[in-house]
Design a protein around this ligand. Structure first.
Ligand SMILES: C[S@@+](CC[C@H](N)C(=O)[O-])C[C@H]1O[C@@H](n2cnc3c(N)ncnc32)[C@H](O)[C@@H]1O
Length: 118
């Protein structure tokens, strides 16, 4: 029997592609079905907000991977000069206010920051 991987925030299936290639079964969770041209998620897709997941959904899992949205933290999402300045400002701010602002930055439509909920 193949090992089972759960791919949280699976998107179009970057993680899943690799896992399938290595002989895993994969179930992906995402809040939307991504379609780019002919490209579709390549395994079983569950449309569900990961913030509503329950542990029993993973009782047979051998591996869980998660790649939540990271644009607000990614230097690749902005010009390098802006990214360096932003990082420097966050490091220089000893009050923690700059980091708090980053944590409350806008998120993709219909989602909530994952650290808000318990
Ligand atoms: C960084 S991308 C995922 C990339 C993907 N794992 C890959 O390897 O190609 C983040 C994904 O999280 C999804 N997402 C955002 N908030 C979510 C939520 N609350 N529950 C489930 N999926 C969410 C987005 O639709 C998006 O597909």
């Amino acid at each position: 029997m193949k090992p089972l991987a759960i791919d949280l925030f699976c998107g179009l299936g970057g993680w899943t592609e690799g896992l399938l290639a290595e002989g895993w079964d994969v179930i992906g969770f995402d809040i939307e079905q991504h379609v780019y041209g002919e490209e579709r998620y390549p395994a079983q897709l569950v449309l569900q907000d990961v913030l509503t997941l329950r542990g029993h959904q993973f009782r047979n899992a051998d591996l869980i991977v998660a790649s939540p949205p990271c644009q607000e933290y990614s230097y690749m999402a902005m010009p390098w000069s802006k990214a360096k300045a932003k990082a420097a400002a966050i490091r220089a701010d000893t009050t923690g206010a700059a980091l708090a602002r980053l944590r409350h930055a806008p998120h993709p439509a219909g989602t909530s920051p994952w650290w808000w909920r318990t």
